[in-house]
Design a protein around this ligand. Structure first.
Ligand SMILES: [Mn+2]
Length: 374
C-alpha cells in the first residue's frame, strides 16, 4: 500500500490585483498557508508524500519571501516528503526561480525538474512530465509509455496540462495529454495539474484542482486528493476539501408576481451568515421585478453586503414590469405621480428602442427610490 496526497495549482504569490486591499490580503494569506496545510493533511491521513503537479508558484519570478516561506513551511514537516514539479506558470526553465528554490530547499523537498523517473519508495516510481516553458505545445507524457521501471513497481505519473477532451486549458493552450495515458503507460495513477477544478478523468487519472479557488468558474469544492495504491486494484481516491475562502455564485430569479417578497428571496439565496466573512459573492439576479420590488431588492442587497469578504452584484438580467398600483406608492396625484406615469408609459412603449425604454425604467426606479425614502 502506498498512500500520498496529490495537489496542484497552489499559485503561491498570486497578486489578486483586481481586489481591494482587505480581500486581496486574505486571498494571498490563504495561499501562503497552503504548504503547511498540505503537510498537516498528509500527516493526519498517514500519507508520507505530497506530490505537487505544477503551478506551485504563480510566476516564474515570485517575490523571494514567497519562495522562502513555502520552503520553511515544508521544512516544518520533516516527516512528509514534498515532490515539486513545475507547471506552466513556474516552468522548468525559470532558472532564477528554481535556483532560489534549490538554495532554500529543506531536505524533505524533492524537485522534479527533468522528465526522468524518481524513486518515491521501495517499489514505487514517479514519472514526472515537467513543462519546460509556458506553452510547450506538445504532449510531455509520451515518454511514460516506454519509461523503464523495476519489475512489479507501481508507476505514478505527474503532469501539467489539458487532456484532449477539454478544448482549452486554464491558459487557453492547446490540449495535449491523452485521457487514456495512464492505461497506455501502465500507470497505477496519473496526477494532473492545470485545471483548477477537481476532476476525475478516469479511475486512475485525476485533476486535484486548486486547493484554494481563484474564480467562480468551478463548482467542486477546492481540495486535494488522498490517493491509496495497492498493486493490481484501482486506486482509492478521496477528495479532501482545503479551501478557507469561498467563491460563491448565487442566483436569484424573480417572477415579478405582485405577492413576491424579493428581500426574503434574496436572503434565502445567500450563504449562511457565519460563512459570509470568508465568502466572495457573485450575485446575479434575473427575471422580472416591478419598481417597488426592485427598491426592496436593492435595499436587501445593500444591507447584506457588509457581511461579505467581497461582494459583486449584477442586476442587468432583471427586467422591469409596471403596475399602476405601484405608482400609488409615489403619490395618488400631483406632479410626481404624473412624472412616474409618464416614465412608466415610456418604459413600456414598444415604439421606443430598448435603450430608450431602459433609460425610462432607470429614471422611474430612481423616482421610486427617492419617493420611498421621503
Ligand atoms: Mn494553474
Amino acid at each position: 500500500m502506498f498512500r500520498f496526497v496529490h495537489a496542484s495549482d497552489l499559485h503561491l504569490g498570486k497578486p489578486f490585483g483586481r481586489f481591494p486591499e482587505a480581500p486581496r490580503n486574505l486571498l494571498q494569506q490563504a495561499r501562503a498557508a497552503l504548504p503547511a496545510r498540505m503537510a498537516e493533511i498528509a500527516g493526519t491521513q498517514g500519507a508520507g508524500h505530497v506530490l505537487l503537479a505544477g503551478d506551485t508558484f504563480d510566476q516564474t519570478t515570485p517575490a523571494p519571501d514567497v519562495v522562502r516561506k513555502a520552503m520553511n513551511a515544508i521544512r516544518g514537516a520533516p516527516d512528509i516528503t514534498f515532490v515539486l514539479m513545475p507547471g506552466n506558470h513556474d516552468h522548468a526553465n525559470a532558472a532564477e526561480l528554481w535556483a532560489q528554490v534549490a538554495r532554500d530547499a529543506p531536505e524533505n523537498l524533492r524537485l522534479a525538474l527533468e522528465p526522468v523517473p524518481l524513486s518515491l519508495a521501495p517499489g514505487v516510481v514517479l514519472l514526472p512530465a515537467p513543462p519546460s516553458e509556458r506553452r510547450p505545445g506538445r504532449d510531455l507524457t509520451e515518454w511514460f509509455d516506454t519509461a523503464p521501471s523495476p519489475e512489479g513497481a507501481l508507476r505514478v505519473g505527474l503532469a501539467h496540462g489539458s487532456v484532449t477532451d477539454f478544448g482549452t486549458s486554464e491558459e487557453g493552450a492547446s490540449s495535449v495529454i491523452p485521457p487514456d495515458r495512464a492505461r497506455r503507460a501502465g500507470l497505477a495513477y496519473l496526477g494532473l495539474g492545470d485545471w483548477h477544478g477537481q476532476l476525475r478523468i478516469g479511475a486512475e487519472t485525476w485533476y486535484s484542482g486548486a486547493p484554494e479557488a481563484d474564480s467562480f468558474r468551478h463548482t467542486a469544492p477546492p481540495g486535494v486528493l488522498l490517493v491509496e495504491l495497492a498493486g493490481g486494484a484501482s486506486p482509492a481516491v478521496t477528495p479532501l476539501p482545503t479551501a478557507t475562502l469561498h467563491w460563491t455564485r448565487a442566483r436569484l430569479e424573480l417572477s415579478g408576481a405582485p405577492d413576491e417578497d424579493p428581500a426574503a428571496l434574496h436572503d434565502a439565496a445567500l450563504p449562511p451568515l457565519a460563512d459570509r466573512v470568508s465568502t466572495l459573492l457573485d450575485l446575479r439576479v434575473t427575471g422580472r421585478a416591478g419598481p417597488l420590488a426592485r427598491v426592496a431588492l436593492t435595499r436587501a442587497i445593500a444591507a447584506a453586503e457588509p457581511d461579505f469578504l467581497w461582494h459583486a452584484v449584477d442586476l442587468d438580467g432583471l427586467a422591469a414590469v409596471h403596475d399602476t398600483q405601484d405608482l400609488d406608492a409615489i403619490d395618488r396625484q400631483g406632479a410626481l405621480r404624473a412624472a412616474a406615469r409618464a416614465l412608466s408609459e415610456e418604459a413600456a412603449n414598444p415604439a421606443h428602442d430598448p435603450a430608450t425604454r431602459e433609460t425610462a425604467r432607470a429614471a422611474l426606479s430612481y423616482l421610486f427610490t427617492y419617493a420611498l425614502e421621503e
